[in-house]
Design a protein around this ligand. Structure first.
Ligand code: ADP
Ligand code: MG
Length: 705
């Protein structure tokens, strides 16, 4: 009884209150479970999401053609009366149905059909068909047209038909109906103040989404398709504005959270600077200063330190660490791989041990007893700096007074891990959070910095230490391996060292390991006069460290390695790198790998061995890496080639990303949205709130990296 009553209640057409975030499904609850599941797969959790689920293309069913005059090669609408209908078996069971209008005859062919269709398409029935006409053996025909039984006076659509992205279990017709209902039932009132619309010459929201879902036949198809139409511009602006608002709010909120103020005391930091064998570059000094200033604030720093491979980020991190330690706080340094972590451990130990600073190592592979000892040091506060892999952020690790968390090569951690990391440092019982310093050698293109990274502060090291010589990159077909072998021999005889990087085999770690073992064995035979080492991900931590140390000491001349050496490994005497099957690797990875050489004063070479035939994508990547040595430029290309989702490692993270705006094409809109977000938050916070609610519903925030 009750349910009936509820059903009869008039649906609220213009709910002025935003959707309650705790009940995202309320507006869709009337639908069946399978429908809801399919909708959820499309990212549609509330009725308004349907409004924002925009067509990927359109069909034109607004013009009725005569059969004889219908255009070929593009779908068209025709109408006629069924004259014949039969199930035929040659060459395959199919329903063949003849339709006739005043101008001619057309054959409809269905390879899949229901028996009910045979009845439905009885001779004499008037049907309207939409499909592509082809000239078949028996004249004009349509295979599997969309058709509808009509009367002569059934009106013809007066708008283009939207075709939506959909998924199994939800057909186009249902999605079209659901969307039409959603457009009727939702509040489409403008969230933006008229003054802003006027200033930026933006179309109204209602008109824009109405237009995009059901454009008039005269709409300019190209502008719809390439998303340059004013209606698209409006929707993209709204999306970018929501993202900018969300970022800005997070940025501002940070200023209300507490963190230990760690002012510079300049004792230990000065000592470190004095004992370094080099002087900081201007860019390093500037970055160090920006970080020092942040640490002195009673609010958590969230700063990204970016600088190309080899620009010297580690020492800047060490200076930040000392500032925290001088104030009696602990520092955590997290690296994406054990090799890199261990290298940091060694480096920090040499730099800092004589300053009375305890550097502790923690990794998942540590023997239980040693791990327990490390954990005890961390918990008691005896450990000043803790260096490790992601094991650092597991539950068992309890810091006594964590003041600063440093994440090296932050782009190597997935979005999920990075989000988890942000939460880890915060202790529920205190409102204070540790400061956070993220480092990355994958430079962030400006558009990304303005969007996904907008809630971070960024320091850039934009110069390399003096005395580096550029790396020459060579593309060499796999068939010319012999020449490469000779080069290695020459280099090593001359006292240099070389890396041989084994191919990436994504499908199988076992296979990849096997390849590395085989290559190692082979190269040992090829180079009886050289000491050839091997390092890969499955090696025990101590063995890995021993091999790396031997390479550093020059006891190994040629190091065969899997991509585990991609990040951070630093051996200045290595001047030659061979990357096998370079065509399989991504741009960022190639750039990182190449950055392992060219670390000293001697000229270095990176040889990219590739195997033909090359895919279009591989060819493009190799060309870019061959032509560019600047990490920023490579990253910009990478973003273009891969798109932001892949670039950020954010696919399927469940966090909303931009769907409509294109960072490259819509740079101007992005800049406008950024300014508008600041203005709105300052002058009209309620408007900002309403806009965010419309775009995000119950979701907390846009992707932050
Ligand atoms: P990355 O930014 O890639 O992490 P590192 O911090 O590993 O780079 O530094 C690369 C190498 O350059 C290291 O051997 C480091 O000791 C050295 N280095 C760092 N800063 C300077 C400098 N100002 N002058 C000379 N060498 C430096
Ligand atoms: Mg580094």
């Amino acid at each position: 009884m009750k349910r009936k009553a509820a059903k009869r209640a008039k649906p609220k057409r213009r709910a002025s209150a935003p959707q309650a975030p705790e009940a995202p499904h309320a507006s869709l609850a009337k639908h069946a479970k399978p429908t809801l599941a399919a909708l959820a797969k499309l990212g549609i959790h509330r009725e308004f999401d349907l409004v924002l689920h925009l067509p990927m293309r359109y069909d034109d069913e607004t013009r009725l053609h005569l059969i004889s005059e219908a255009p070929e090669g593009t779908p068209a609408l025709v109408e006629g009366v069924v004259t014949d209908n039969a199930i035929k078996f040659r060459p395959k069971r199919q329903l063949v149905c003849t339709v006739e209008d005043a101008s001619g005859v057309l054959v409809m062919r269905f390879l899949n059909f229901y028996m009910s269709q045979v009845k439905q398409l009885a001779p004499g029935t008037r049907v309207r068909l939409f499909g592509e006409i082809r000239q078949g053996f028996f004249g004009a025909e349509m295979v599997h047209p969309r058709y509808r039984v009509v009367r002569a006076d059934t009106p013809i659509a007066n708008t283009l038909t939207p075709v939506y992205p959909t998924t199994a279990g939800l057909n186009q017709a249902s999605l079209q109906r659901l969307t039409r209902d959603a457009l009727n039932a939702s509040d489409l009132g403008d969230t933006l103040p008229p003054a802003l619309l006027e200033k930026l010459r933006l179309a109204g929201f209602r008109e824009s989404v109405g237009f995009l879902h059901h454009p008039p036949p005269a709409a300019e198809r190209a502008a719809l398709q390439n998303r340059s139409h004013p209606a698209w511009r409006r929707v993209k602006f709204d999306e970018l504005l929501a993202q900018q608002l969300s970022m800005r709010i997070h940025y501002d909120r940070r200023q209300t959270v507490g963190a230990p103020a760690l002012p510079g005391r300049h004792k230990a930091t000065r000592q470190l600077l004095e004992r370094l064998p080099f002087k900081l570059t201007r860019a390093q000094a500037r970055a160090a200063q920006e970080i020092a200033r942040d640490l002195a604030q009673p609010h958590p720093m969230q700063r990204l330190l970016q600088g190309d491979v080899g620009s010297g980020k580690t020492v800047v991190a060490a200076l930040a660490a000392l500032q925290a330690i001088e104030n009696g706080y602990q520092v955590a340094v997290m690296a994406p791989t054990e090799i890199l972590g261990e290298q940091h451990y060694t480096k920090f130990s040499t730099w800092l041990s004589d300053l009375g600073i305890q550097v502790t190592w923690l990794a998942g592979t540590l023997p239980r007893k040693e791990k327990r000892a490390s954990l005890a040091e961390i918990a008691s506060g005896a450990a000043h700096i803790v260096i490790g892999t992601h094991a650092l952020f597991q539950d068992a690790v309890e810091f006594s007074r964590l003041g600063l968390a440093i994440v090296d090569e932050q782009h190597r951690f997935g979005v999920r891990q990075r989000l988890a990391l942000r939460l880890k440092g915060a202790k529920p019982e205190s409102s204070a959070q540790p400061h956070q310093l993220m480092m990355s050698a994958t430079p962030i293109p400006r558009t990304l910095a303005m969007s996904y990274y907008a809630d971070l502060d960024v320091s850039v090291i934009d110069e390399l230490p003096p005395g580096r010589s550029p790396i020459a990159t060579r593309l060499v077909a796999d068939t010319r391996r012999d020449e490469v072998i000779q080069r290695i021999r020459d280099a090593c005889v001359a006292g240099s060292q070389a890396y041989w990087v084994c191919p990436l085999i994504e499908e199988s770690e076992v296979l990849q390991l096997q390849t590395a073992l085989d290559t190692h064995a082979q190269l040992q035979v090829t180079f009886p006069e050289l000491k050839v080492g091997l390092v890969h991900g499955r090696l025990a931590a101590a063995d890995k460290l021993a091999v790396m140390q031997a390479f550093k000491d020059g006891a190994i001349q040629l190091l065969v390695a899997t991509t585990v050496i991609e990040v951070g490994v630093d051996v200045a005497n290595a001047t030659l790198m061979v990357i096998e099957h370079a065509e399989r690797m991504g741009l960022a990875q190639l750039h990182q790998l190449r950055g392992r050489v060219g670390r000293g004063a001697a000229a270095s070479t990176c040889i990219l061995l590739y195997q033909q035939p090359l895919s279009q994508l591989a060819r493009e990547r190799l060309k870019i890496i061959y032509e560019c040595s600047d990490g920023f430029e490579i990253a910009r290309h990478d973003l273009r080639v891969r798109g932001p989702g892949e670039f950020l490692g954010a696919r399927q993270s469940g966090v909303p990303m931009l769907r409509f705006a294109d960072l490259e094409a819509d740079l101007e809109l992005l800049e406008q949205a950024r300014t508008a977000a600041q203005d709105l938050l300052r002058d009209q916070p309620a408007v900002a709130e309403r806009h965010l609610q419309r775009w995000l519903g119950g979701k907390q925030h846009y992707l932050r990296v």
